[in-house]
Design a protein around this ligand. Sequence first.
Ligand code: GSH
Length: 237
Amino acid sequence: MTLRLYVVPASHPCLAVEQALEYKGLDYKVTELPQGVHLVHQRLRFGKSRVPSMKLDGGEKVSGSVPIMRRLEELKPEPPLYPADKREAVERAEEWGHDVFQEVSRRILWWALRRRPDAMASYVAQARIPFPKPLVAPVGRVIAPLEWRLNGVSDEAVKADVAALPDHLAEVDRLVDAGVIGGEQPNAADLQIGSTLAQLRTLGDLTPLIDGSRGADLARRWFAGYPGAIPPGTVSV
Ligand SMILES: N[C@@H](CCC(=O)N[C@@H](CS)C(=O)NCC(=O)O)C(=O)O
């Protein structure tokens, strides 16, 4: 079976899906697309503008981290991303991680990157495609306003996102305490939520907050070395 994953660098849902493929021991190839360019590529190839997307032998196409995780489970049930004894709880937690938490991190990060385009290079430092270093910040300055529009980023939205972070982290704690996430093996919710925590940790102002939560372990365990760093003093907590 050949699987090809389409991603952009430092994307939390893309890294969540890659980690799921690794965990399942599935063979896969990755096509990495530069931010911006990928919008056109994805629309032409998948009819949707976002990543991650996956293409299988025979031409089947799956878009979105949740549909991809669920398809991977069908393709190779073991080891499970949705353990039978807590499948429903894992699915609900994964959906919260996708619908709510993932968006929060995306908005905060793009808000911060528009203020600190010099930090953009750190997010593509581990990219598979070579980004010409001197061009990253100038191109990023053009892309950032577009990302703001695409993702509903505004000063007000991000202020509300940062204010709500303690509540989101309390939800992560609750899920750990309930045994839904935080086990020895990762499930789909661990990966969906852990990748967001890892991305949020790249914002220096938020690192102590994340590290003070039970979820910090998820970020470190499954997403050690998450790319990117925004210096403290950018986002007021
Ligand atoms: N919620 C979607 C992710 C959709 C999304 O917004 N993906 C980002 C990368 S994290 C993207 O394609 N953004 C457009 C861009 O960066 O230009 C999923 O989990 O699959």
